[in-house]
Ligand binder design. Structure first.
Ligand code: SF4
Ligand code: SF4
Ligand code: SF4
Length: 250
């Protein structure tokens, strides 16, 4: 059985954020909703030690596509809106979701962590309109008399210009209000033989995607070679996002 997984090589990662920007453009996510971060691809940042012996760490985070996923168990609707695919992806169905947010409560990775910062493994779409609205209805020129406003740009291009359109049986390219949404490992791309867009966009090739059930795959080889770790293993969720090496070991 295929089990899709991602390896993040922290030694190669430079914390540039290209993966998060790529994700936002691919999946048309909002900047923030109700004051909360709204990122399928997010980061934890941590500074430790005392100057001049300080250490800084950036760790990209996303849905871990856990094999033993508490978000799926917590979802109260039948059939479940949060469910596992045969390829081991934790999938979300827009139509079935009632927006109760039980999945957010149950996910050990979707909570505020005061020490390492807010993460948003599962996001809530809220009722603030389509994610592009704030940009493309705005009539303010960033530099008056020099740059276009968002509304002017939208009027001259396809509306809205950066909306990626894709078809998925469970998932609209822009989700409706008042439901949850999260990383689906870009399943709409994977089924066409493409990599998730964060993987394709990483300039350092720090993100590697593949079938970890195949011992010859790159992901399986890397996890074995570098003794890959997962976040919060004590929760027993069996994540399929693995971290190798250290952000600081340059
Ligand atoms: S795009 Fe790659 S190098 Fe940049 S933050 Fe993301 S994982 Fe790290
Ligand atoms: S990281 Fe959270 S949302 Fe993703 S599969 Fe695990 S429990 Fe579910
Ligand atoms: S918010 Fe949607 S996916 Fe999450 S538990 Fe409720 S119905 Fe299920």
């Amino acid at each position: 059985m295929t089990q899709y997984a991602m390896v993040i090589d922290l030694k190669k990662c430079v914390g540039c954020g290209a993966c998060a920007l790529a994700c936002k453009t691919e999946n048309n996510t909002a900047l923030r909703h109700a004051g909360q971060a709204h990122n399928f691809a997010d980061f934890q940042h941590e500074t430790s030690g005392k100057f001049p012996k300080t250490k800084y760490m950036t760790r990209p985070v996303l849905c871990n596509h856990c094999s033993n996923a508490p978000c799926v168990k917590a979802c109260p609707v039948t059939p479940k809106a949060m469910f596992k695919t045969k390829d081991g992806i934790t999938m979300h169905n827009d139509e079935r979701c009632i927006g109760c947010r039980a999945c957010q409560e149950a996910c050990p990775y979707s909570k505020m962590d005061v020490k390492i910062g807010e993460t948003s493994v599962i996001s809530y779409t809220g009722d603030e309109g389509a994610p592009h609205d704030p940009f493309f209805t705005n009539k303010t020129e960033v530099i008056p008399g020099c740059t276009s406003s968002g509304a002017e740009l939208a009027g001259k291009t396809d509306m809205p210009p950066h909306r990626t359109k894709y078809d998925h049986p469970d998932y609209k390219d822009v989700r409706r209000s008042n439901i949850t949404e999260k990383c689906i490992f870009c399943e709409h791309r994977v089924k066409k033989g493409q990599e998730p867009y964060c993987v394709a966009s990483c300039p350092a090739r720090a993100r590697i995607f593949g079938d970890i059930s195949d011992p010859n795959s790159e992901v399986a080889q890397l996890v074995k070679k570098y003794k890959g770790t997962v976040l919060k293993p004590e929760k027993g969720t069996k994540p399929n996002v693995f971290y190798i090496r250290s952000y600081n070991a340059r």
